[in-house]
Design a protein around this ligand. Structure first.
Ligand code: FPP
Ligand code: K
Ligand code: ZN
Length: 519
């Protein structure tokens, strides 16, 4: 009872290491069953129907340890594996969150939302689009606190609209004129005029411009020089000159370099040259590898705590460096990573948490759901990698997470009901542009199919890394898959690029625009 929090965590980690993932999944099913018998809410809500319609995926239900009372996804989620009766703030907030979500995920309370043919709420396309458009004008005074994050608002709203299939071309001129004064003559974008350039602001600006075909406003040469100042001798990137070095920097910088087709050679004045580095990619994979923790997840920087948002940055960065099924296993312990990622899908909410012993949150539908898109493609690639994977996990890559459960969480718990739209972290949170954008991106990860086509990884003429341009997407079409996921055609979002997080069309246009390279 007096076990301290960190000790509990490391017990969980040791426990994880002693089992195969298949065993953990079975163990989880057993724990859920015990909870049911002890009077925890699961039994009461246990049903394979929602408003008279069978649960998506309920036909997949297996009988585990002789008990088949829980819906399929309660069996496949592996969270809270080490279950004890120790009451802490953590266990209390978890119980509160489960209780807050259960009426919605089970369909007991539909909040007045219009339902689809599977008994789940429809995606409120028009309401969410209107909500996002509302941030692309003047904002109330309280938003002054977001001044240094203005490019993020441009990106979340414009990208989010494009994920809903809305035409965003009307924002082209306005966005170009708005970001022009945010660009520094010495390269990169800040949050506002006169603010220092920053990797996050530059990344968000570049993606928003990509979405509206407005990249010509970028001074590519200056950007190349500026990025040369944030590249570090150990292989990583700082977020700004003199700022923290973390994995966001690595992913943001490599995204900018690739979309703008900047030279991979470091500018002559880059101080990392003094340590023998010649290119932006030197020592980068190794640095990303150092961010993997004892839990198997990825931290923002070496020695820090594993977090889903950083796992996405790591996998996306490695997917820019090379073919994902080559670069991911080269720098990361994929077994450990997969085990950790699987444990992020929560019971009974069905969405993802960002880290061990923390709560489900809609934005991790993208940060963690996006990891699955990248990994699934990596491991479905060849029968060799697939067999390797199955040997470790006893499972197929597609069995490691439950897209139907994620969709259910997003549609039932994360859509703001009533007049206003927008999507939210969880029912007790208010909607915001960030959660709306990444909920929609997470829906795409759960709905659409991404395929990695082996192809050229470096363009011979321009020198650009092209590995991240080899993705193909298959939009979910009517039929069995929709049935299993519990959605109608109306609820399907556009294919979101698994590395660059804008639509596929937008990525292809950027690729063509700078095909020649040069500066
Ligand atoms: C914890 O917040 C969150 C973090 C430690 C990192 C979040 C980073 C991102 C969402 C994005 C990074 C990526 C780019 C491209 C900039 P918390 O403690 O409020 O949430 P938690 O309880 O869910 O961990
Ligand atoms: K959070
Ligand atoms: Zn969130």
């Amino acid at each position: 009872r007096n076990i301290s929090f960190p000790q509990r965590r490391s017990m969980a980690a040791q426990n994880n290491q002693e089992h195969t993932l298949g065993n953990l999944l079975r163990e989880k099913a057993r724990i859920v069953e015990i909870d049911g018998e002890e009077g925890f809410d699961y039994a009461e809500h246990d049903t394979n129907e929602l408003n008279g319609v069978p649960f998506p995926g309920s036909h997949l239900k297996q009988t585990v340890t002789g008990v088949s009372i829980v819906p399929h996804y309660l069996q496949t989620a592996t969270r809270n594996l080490v279950h004890d009766d120790l009451q802490t703030v953590t266990s209390e907030t978890q119980a509160k969150t489960t209780a807050e979500c259960l009426p919605y995920v089970t369909g007991k309370d539909t909040q007045g939302l219009a339902l689809n043919s599977h008994g789940l709420p429809h995606l409120r396309r028009k309401a969410h689009a209107e909500y996002l458009r509302g941030f692309l004008g003047e904002l109330p005074a309280g938003y002054a606190a977001m001044d240094a994050s203005r490019p993020w608002l441009f990106y979340w709203c414009i990208a989010g609209l494009s994920f809903l299939g809305e035409d965003v071309s009307e924002y082209r001129e306005r966005l170009m004129e708005t970001v022009r004064p945010l660009q520094n003559a010495s390269g990169g974008f800040g949050g506002g005029h006169g603010q220092f350039s920053h990797c996050a602001c530059s990344y968000a600006t570049i993606l928003a411009l990509t979405a509206v075909e407005g990249l010509e406003v970028v001074d590519r040469k200056a950007m190349w020089h500026w990025l040369g100042q944030v590249k570090q001798a150990d292989g990583g990137f700082r977020m700004a000159v003199g700022a923290e070095e973390d994995i966001r920097g690595a992913y943001c910088a490599m995204t900018i370099i690739t979309l703008l087709n900047l030279p991979l050679e470091l500018p002559p004045e880059a101080h990392a040259r003094g340590a023998g580095l010649q290119t932006f990619t030197d020592r980068l994979g190794e640095w990303v590898g150092r961010c993997q923790t004892f839990e198997g997840g990825i931290a923002g920087a070496p020695t820090n705590e594993a977090h889903g948002a950083y796992a996405f940055c790591a996998l996306a960065c490695l997917s820019i460096l090379d073919t994902p099924h080559v670069s991911i296993p080269r720098y990361l312990d994929t077994q450990a990573l997969v085990r950790w990622l699987a444990s992020m899908q929560t019971v009974a909410e069905g969405g993802f948490a960002g880290r061990t012993n923390k709560l489900v949150d809609a934005c991790y539908s993208h940060w963690v759901g996006g990891c699955w898109s990248l990994l699934q493609a990596a491991f479905s690639q060849s029968s060799a990698t697939r067999d390797d994977f199955a040997a470790v996990t006893e499972l197929e890559p597609s069995e490691l997470w439950n897209p139907a459960a994620l969709i259910r969480y997003l549609l039932t718990c994360c859509q703001q009901p009533g007049k206003k739209g927008g999507m939210r972290d969880k029912p007790s949170a208010r909607p915001d542009a960030y959660h709306t954008c990444y909920s929609l991106s997470g829906l795409s990860a759960a709905q659409n199919l991404y395929i990695y086509e082996n192809g050229i990884t470096v363009d011979a003429e321009s020198g650009r890394l092209t590995a991240a341009f080899n993705w193909l997407a298959q939009r979910l079409s009517p039929g069995k898959a929709m049935q299993e996921l519990g959605i109608d055609e109306h609820d399907v979002v556009e294919c979101v690029h698994p590395v660059f997080v804008v639509t596929f069309d937008a990525v292809m246009r950027a690729k063509e625009q700078f095909a020649k390279g040069g500066l």
